[in-house]
Design a protein around this ligand. Structure first.
Ligand SMILES: C[S@@+](CC[C@H](N)C(=O)[O-])C[C@H]1O[C@@H](n2cnc3c(N)ncnc32)[C@H](O)[C@@H]1O
Length: 250
């Protein structure tokens, strides 16, 4: 089924808060020239390619050959092959493919949910950062699954997810981990990174019916504006679909 206009554009609404936070970090480093960026578990390059288009050198480490091939195609289409460096690898053994202390900015987006050991993965990511370097961590929020299940009428699943001590959701091997904000900040603290900002991401975007966005051309822009406005308000962050944390290596 072809994408509706709303489902295509919702992609940029979904990432608006993260891009705003990244843009603020890039602006603050503008005098440093092109940055060395690592996108750990960067997949097909949804963040890596736009960062390369801004002139940064971006290394994508991912275990999936298919994702890296798609990344190569995306980088070629955007004309940034010289700025995007694909490395097949795993966050658990990152130091085998990325030199310690070599990165100005590390992205770790939607990866901690699926790695075997999130603490070890973040330890590796922290080791790859230069002093003063920044990490952008995006992870699924534990609370959100309770809303998403309840809103489609799966009240028993929502009730179960509410008190699930493992914080994992889904069936069997496909189950993904979810985090409370305190879990994420504690993990970053344990590996010596200092949290500077936390945001809620996709607070409303997953809850809005598509027809409301398709029927009004201005609605997506207004929704993005609303997402940005609530992102750092704790009451809304608590229920956002994802949590975003910016932290720095002292
Ligand atoms: C949900 S995708 C996120 C992709 C990208 N970071 C983004 O935000 O669009 C998760 C990615 O993590 C990668 N991945 C899975 N296990 C990994 C691991 N142990 N180390 C590094 N990346 C991993 C997958 O191959 C996949 O590309």
């Amino acid at each position: 089924m072809p994408d509706s206009p709303s489902s295509r554009h919702r992609i940029s609404v979904r990432t608006a808060v993260v891009w705003a936070a990244l843009q603020a970090e890039l602006d603050s480093r503008a005098a440093d020239g092109p940055l060395a960026v690592l996108d750990a578990g960067g997949g097909t390059g949804g963040f890596a390619v736009p960062l390369a288009q801004l002139g940064h050198q971006v290394t994508v480490v991912d275990p999936s050959p298919d994702s890296l091939a798609a990344l190569g195609r995306r980088a070629a289409e955007a004309g940034v092959c010289d700025w995007v460096h694909a490395r097949q690898g795993d966050l658990a053994t990152l130091s085998e493919v990325v030199a310690p202390g070599s990165c100005d900015l590390v992205l770790c987006h939607s990866v901690l949910e699926v790695v075997e050991d999130p603490a070890a993965a973040l330890g590796q990511a922290a080791a790859a950062m230069r002093a003063g370097g920044c990490i952008s961590v995006l992870a699924a929020n534990r609370t959100a699954v309770v809303f998403s299940r309840a809103l489609v009428g799966h009240f028993t699943e929502a009730r179960h997810a509410l008190d699930d001590p493992a914080g994992r959701w889904g069936a069997g091997d496909g189950a993904v981990r979810r985090f409370a904000l305190a879990d994420l900040t504690a993990l970053l603290d344990e590996v010596g990174l200092v949290v500077e900002a936390v945001h809620g991401v996709r607070t409303f975007t997953e809850l809005v019916a598509g027809h409301l966005l398709d029927s009004d051309p201005a609605a997506l822009a207004h929704l993005a504006e609303l997402e940005l406005a609530v992102a750092d308000r704790p009451a809304f962050r608590e229920v956002a679909t994802q949590l975003h944390v910016l932290a720095r290596r002292p």
